[in-house]
Design a binder for this molecule. Sequence first.
Ligand SMILES: Nc1nc2c(c(=O)[nH]1)N[C@H]1C(S)=C(S)[C@@H](COP(=O)(O)O)O[C@H]1N2
Ligand SMILES: [Mo]
Length: 255
Amino acid sequence: MSKRIIPVDGDALTKEALSRLDQPARRLFLRRALTLGGLSLLSGCAITDEPSAEKALAKISRFNDRVQAWLFDPNRLAPTYPESMIARPFPFNAYYDEAQVPDVDAGRFRLEVSGLVADRHAWSLPELHALPQADQITRHICVEGWSAIGRWGGVPFSLFLRRVGADLTAKYVGFKCADDYYTSIDMPTALHPQTLLALTFDGQTLPRRYGFPMKLRMPTKLGYKNPKHIQAIFVTNTYPGGYWEDQGYNWFGGS
Ligand SMILES: Nc1nc2c(c(=O)[nH]1)N[C@H]1C(S)=C(S)[C@@H](COP(=O)(O)O)O[C@H]1N2
Ligand SMILES: [Mo]
């Protein structure tokens, strides 16, 4: 199978990501199903009622996730930008408004690490800051129809996973946040060189509205895949889903 060409130009990337992912999953699947001659063909069973149609759609969605994961190229880098292109102020987004942003106590904070890892000790913020740090200026793309360039700094996530002795052959890394948000990613994306456990934004401590004390920043994935206010990280082979993913958003959510 030949590798899909992913444009490295920012606008093209935005357009491509949106065209593939911003519409409600149902519409996309129905369109695809129609062109393929019916859902029943794909699911191998007659679709007569809502629940069975839903089940078939879910099945196709998970299949699409697998295909995208296969096509994912861990060596392809997302575009980076000059400092002059950083959006100031950077947009805020969450499933609630800004007044409800969680207030995490920096001194008492400990990042929990569990699942398929050798070292389950909980990390304080100074311990995380003591690890090697990286910095990058990339574009954040939200399916609600906006994108903005920002600068995030923090621990390369692949380094962190190796440091905790994670099973790098496991399928998923899951995240639980200080609000009720949660999400999960595939291991190849977790190990991608641009995936950062971000502790700073624009050279400052990560502000509260952007996910203090830390967020996972992945320029290869859409906004909703980038969890803010991370409290716990776990490595697993059991599909963990996500806040928006469980409501029909595409799980892979990236390129
Ligand atoms: N904990 C948490 N993380 C989250 C969200 C959220 O509601 N809670 N929203 C997601 C969505 S949809 C987007 S677009 C980005 C917004 O990040 P920003 O506020 O830094 O722009 O955070 C993502 N991560
Ligand atoms: Mo978003």
